[in-house]
Design a protein around this ligand. Structure first.
Ligand SMILES: NC(=O)c1ccc[n+]([C@@H]2O[C@H](COP(=O)([O-])OP(=O)(O)OC[C@H]3O[C@@H](n4cnc5c(N)ncnc54)[C@H](OP(=O)(O)O)[C@@H]3O)[C@@H](O)[C@H]2O)c1
Length: 248
């Protein structure tokens, strides 16, 4: 047992220290990290959003993880509900990103079968780095054309209207995106878990109880055998736990 009162508070860390602590491991292939927040009773959202269960330090870590990633992968419902905007270039990570050969900000990759997305939004028409849309070969051709016209790069990563999560990872890696970050939502994360392509989970546990019927951080059909992860790091602040688990 570890005394968690000795855990460190991320609010006292500089963004540079946080970036060192959360650096991606050196690997030959892609590394898929997820960043999620949950209440004590497992809710991944309140009133349809994650912001009410987050906190300032959670957002610092959220920003740091983006600052380290080549690409941020999000399910279409998260993009719609949370009003996703393009990722920003931030001074705090500029030198680190340049040294790693990364673009000034990560690209955003939206996973969608319907392509029922507002392609007139800044996420698609004015990102720093072109937004990717991951979809299936059977996606509506007119929606594909609209996405491309807006400036998005459409990547076919599955048959029918479905994206195969493992193929999505491979397609992104083929385009030079090795440091992958998924911000969910739960339906998308559940598929990465089920396909066994999730390498790491950065999970914030908020000291909150919400009851109700909110989603958990990963949804969809249960896996046959639970996937084992190992605790890599743990920070604490104001009762919030900031954990980092790697696939065992
Ligand atoms: N607690 C957290 O850390 C956290 C993080 C993120 C989101 N959230 C919350 O979670 C909620 C949204 O999450 P969600 O689980 O409902 O949705 P989601 O995973 O963000 O998105 C689901 C949508 O993504 C597309 N999609 C997912 N898998 C696909 C596949 N294999 N092939 C093709 N398309 C696929 C589909 O889009 P189309 O319908 O366009 O086909 C599907 O409707 C929001 O309330 C948000 O606030 C919480």
């Amino acid at each position: 047992m570890t005394d968690l009162t000795a855990a460190e508070a991320p609010g006292e860390w500089s963004l540079d220290d946080l970036a060192d602590a959360y650096a991606y491991p050196r690997t030959d292939g892609p590394w898929l990290r997820a960043n999620m927040v949950s209440t004590l009773d497992g809710a991944a959202q309140h009133d349809g959003r994650s912001q009410p269960i987050s906190c300032e330090s959670d957002m610092r870590i959220f920003g740091t993880l983006r600052g380290l990633a080549d690409v941020v992968i999000a399910g279409a419902e998260t993009v719609r509900q949370e009003g996703y905007r393009p990722a920003r270039a931030r001074d705090a990570f500029a030198a680190r990103r340049a040294a790693a050969g990364q673009t000034p900000a990560p690209a955003v990759a939206v996973v969608s079968g319907s392509l029922d997305l507002d392609f007139s939004l800044p996420l698609f028409v004015s990102p720093l780095v072109p937004t990717l849309v991951l979809t299936g070969a059977g996606a509506p051709p007119d929606r594909i054309a609209t996405a491309r016209k807006a400036g998005a790069e459409v990547v076919i990563a599955g048959e029918g209207s479905r994206v195969d999560p493992a193929r999505a990872v491979a397609e992104l890696a083929d385009r030079g995106h090795r440091r992958l970050l998924t911000e969910g939502g739960p339906r998308l994360l559940g598929q990465f878990v089920a396909r066994d392509v999730l390498d790491e989970l950065c999970l914030t546990v908020a000291p909150l109880l919400t009851a109700g019927d909110a989603q958990r951080i990963a949804g969809g059909p249960a896996v046959e055998v639970p996937k084992r992860f190992a605790l890599d790091a743990l920070l604490e602040e104001d009762g919030f736990l900031f954990s980092r688990y790697r696939r065992s």
